[in-house]
Design a protein around this ligand. Structure first.
Ligand code: ATP
Ligand code: MG
Length: 467
């Protein structure tokens, strides 16, 4: 397919760019007939924003993921515009525009539910101590960019973008693509390649390591060797990233349809432990169960995204963190705490710890706790308890989570099937099912308590298998 996409390139791409050699100040220009991108596939609002800015005398292009994805025949997630106009000048052109961001100022132009993101051309950071510069840009000791509002030319803008495949500029007025960094070459060879010196580019913004994983998974591209090489060593730089930004990035990693593959890459490149330290520890202590549970949850999430069904961050985080929970619950129980109280306290501590790295908003931490709490309650079905659980707004998520645990190999003594049947039964059948439990119920619910003395019984836990 790619061969077909590029077969009409008049000038064959000449050479493989080397690590220091993949940017240039004069772009390769691909005319309408030399690439497969079609104006009709671009959002009309994106085209409209570019045209309006051009009419006002500014340079403007569609850039980034939308050009990359359309060349690959994929549907772009959003349409980004790069322009010579400053954010204030952009805002003045549109009634429906809002300036956002501090670290990196952008303008959002709203068209109903669609947002076109407009960024002013930026330059790479001057290293000088010039006071005027340092008002616009700043770095910390390790080279991380703290503010990034130094505007520049189109050529500058191309150099400061992350990957070569993201530095392609499309002008809808003449349907040309400007390629400053051999991005078309890398699309053709399916390579994720950083522009510039990789170590420095990761130090400037460690989130680029996560972006590399995301694009490799989404596009099914390989990481170019120099782009991949420093990642394991630099992974700890992610600890410097504000936890609120990491939350946003983690949603992009796991909620856009390629979560399972992204997870495998994050583990391979030792980035997963920087994001989820407790889960990485569970992965080390109990690899098979932890890996299966997380991969299964992400696989289901990917399927839902591809089917256009809603996915909730709470369920996802509940699954990502779950394998780290049982060991903590057991430790508290060993100190004499009852099962449900131990679960609640362990959950509280684990979430608080996790929020130091990734700021999970309260509206999600509460449902995470409820999904976990439900795992202790689902085995307790006697009397009216089963019916009360069924009415609980969190029942569905709790039940799905139980099935996930079973799919990961947990032995819950048929609890998932029991609940599947119970939901399908009529009232009298339900009474009979409850009667049949004949005392099994409470024992099942208190399984972690039983584990206190016998290590072999731990494997039968309802709350996981790690310790
Ligand atoms: P998608 O929207 O499909 O996730 P994208 O490539 O459009 O992918 P965005 O996050 O929308 O990604 O960013 C738009 C463009 O801005 C990128 O293509 C890239 O050129 C540039 N960019 C984004 N984040 C960074 C970064 N951390 N460092 C350098 N350039 C970046
Ligand atoms: Mg984008």
């Amino acid at each position: 397919m790619l061969k077909k996409l590029f077969k009409s390139l008049r000038s064959p791409l000449r050479r493989t760019p080397h690590v220091q050699q993949h940017s240039r100040s004069t772009p390769e220009v691909l005319n309408a007939g030399q690439h497969s991108m079609q104006r009709a596939h671009v959002s009309r609002y994106g085209v409209g924003v570019v045209e309006r800015l051009q009419q006002a005398g500014y340079q403007a292009y569609l850039v980034g993921g939308c050009v990359r994805d359309l060349l690959l025949n994929l549907e772009p997630k959003d349409f980004d515009v790069a322009t010579s106009a400053t954010p204030e000048q952009v805002r003045a052109e549109f009634r429906n525009a809002r300036v956002i961001g501090r670290r990196f100022k952008l303008v959002h132009v709203h068209f109903g539910r669609e947002i076109i993101e407009v960024a002013t051309f930026r330059a790479n950071h001057p290293e000088s101590d010039d006071e005027e510069d340092s008002n616009q840009s700043s770095r910390n000791e390790s080279g991380r960019i703290l503010r990034d509002n130094v505007y520049g030319s189109l050529e500058d803008d191309a150099q400061r973008r992350d990957f070569t495949i993201n530095a392609l500029y499309y002008d809808p007025s003449n349907e040309r693509i400007l390629d400053y960094a051999h991005g078309v070459h890398d699309i053709r060879n399916r390579l994720i390649r950083l522009i510039g010196v990789p170590t420095q580019r990761y130090q400037e913004d460690p989130v680029r390591m996560l972006r590399a994983m995301r694009f490799a998974a989404k596009l099914d591209f390989d990481l170019e060797i120099h782009t991949a090489a420093p990642i394991r060593e630099l992974a700890p730089l992610l600890r410097e990233i504000p936890s609120a930004r990491l939350f946003e990035e983690v949603l992009k990693l796991f909620m856009t349809g390629y979560a399972e593959e992204t997870f495998e890459l994050l583990v391979e490149y030792e980035l997963f432990g920087q994001l989820f330290p407790a889960s990485a520890e569970a992965l080390r202590l109990n690899p098979e169960y932890t890996h299966t549970l997380i991969a299964e949850a992400l696989h289901n999430t990917d399927n839902r995204v591809h089917d256009g069904k809603p996915v909730t961050p709470a369920f996802l985080f509940a699954a990502l963190l779950w394998p780290a929970l049982p060991g903590r619950v057991i430790r508290l129980q060993e100190r004499g705490m009852p099962a449900i109280a131990a679960m609640q306290q362990a959950a509280q501590e684990l979430i608080a710890e996790q929020c130091q790295r990734i700021a999970i908003p309260k509206r999600f931490t509460q449902p995470i706790r409820e999904i976990w709490d439900m795992q202790e309650r689902l085995p307790r079905r006697s009397g009216k308890r089963a019916d009360l659980l069924l009415e609980n707004p969190r029942f569905r998520a709790g039940y799905d989570f139980l099935l996930l645990r079973e799919a990961a190999g947990e032995d819950t003594d048929g609890l998932g099937d029991w609940w599947t049947d119970y939901q399908q039964c009529n009232d009298s059948e339900r009474r009979a099912m409850i009667k049949d439990l004949s005392g099994k119920d409470e024992a099942g619910g208190a399984a972690p308590r039983k584990r206190r003395r016998s290590p072999s019984s731990r494997r039968k836990s309802t709350t996981g298998t790690t310790e």
